[in-house]
Design a protein around this ligand. Structure first.
Ligand code: GLV
Ligand code: MG
Length: 280
């Protein structure tokens, strides 16, 4: 998945619109974008909406955190959605492997887990969390992470303008842990919805660090994310030429001034695999 669009479950019109966008995955939120008062309405909307939903997209619901009073009602909803288009649940604020084990016992077996790492404790335990067999992907939650670690910003969720790289380390740690266990890794949302340059920078950084995709919180963010997470023609061509140059060498070669070897070939192959997956 390149783009994962997160929409509040309480807003029916937004839900309907989301499925008409080019987002690869839709996340219907019951957590932070829905006020406590609106949570029952959000669950009713989702149940009603799923009765007629037909879609090729991956569909997920973000539940409330383990310690919240909402989780019984969330579980009742998830049970009612068995056998329909729901593919996974997003688990926010996962801090420990024990949190994953709790949800594993609590929720019906057929839905995989996509967990959000968004606290200092979660980051410390990322590898153990990624190792759980039911975990399909890890996603970064920059706003909650900034709150958890006391990172200052006048635009919570995005680093301060003076130190724009402040979130690279936690994201990188999440990407590495996810890939160590063969899971997918996603960057979280970019909160300045009118700032396309900022969004591009953030998505470019995430891709450079090895993330597979990025959350969107507004339909206008989807095309930028899809484009940046799709290998370009030029990248594909270069990867193919690196592979050819290596295959025609005796183990190492000079490719236009770049020294390439077996590892360079693997990087190129990984890019081609990604391009094939996305284009098919
Ligand atoms: C997303 O959940 C975030 O906290 O940024
Ligand atoms: Mg969060």
């Amino acid at each position: 998945m390149r783009s994962l669009l997160c929409v509040p479950g309480s807003k029916l019109a937004m839900l309907q619109k989301a499925f008409g966008t080019s987002a690869d995955q839709i996340i219907i939120d019951l957590e932070d974008s829905v006020t406590p008062l609106d949570k029952p309405l959000a669950r009713e909307n989702v149940e009603e909406f799923f009765r007629s939903l037909k879609t090729d997209k991956r569909v997920s619901i973000r539940l409330n955190e383990r310690t919240s009073d909402e989780i019984k009602a969330d579980r009742t909803l998830i049970r009612a959605l068995r056998g329909g288009p729901l593919t996974s649940v997003i688990l926010p604020k996962i801090h420990t492997l024990d949190d994953v084990r709790f949800w594993n016992r609590y929720l019906p077996r057929e839905f995989s887990f996509e967990v959000q790492i968004e606290s200092a404790m979660g980051l410390v335990n990322t590898a153990a969390i990624a190792s759980h067999s039911r975990v399909h992907s890890l996603a970064f939650g920059p706003a909650d992470f900034m709150a958890s670690t006391g990172m200052p910003s006048s635009a919570p969720g995005t680093p301060s303008k003076e130190v724009p790289r402040a979130l690279e380390y936690p994201l990188s740690e999440i990407v590495i842990a996810a890939h160590a266990y063969g899971k997918l890794a996603y960057d979280g949302p970019y909160f300045e919805i009118a700032n396309q340059v900022g969004l591009s920078d953030s998505a470019n950084t995430a891709r450079a660090l090895g993330a597979d995709g990025k959350w969107a919180i507004h339909p206008d963010q989807i095309s930028i994310i899809n484009e940046l997470f799709t290998p370009s023609e030029e990248e594909i061509e270069t990867a193919q030429r690196i592979i050819d140059a290596f295959d025609n060498s005796s183990g190492a070669a000079n490719f236009n001034g770049l020294m390439i070897d077996e590892a360079s070939k693997k990087v190129a192959e990984r890019l081609l695999e990604r391009a094939t997956r996305i284009h098919k």
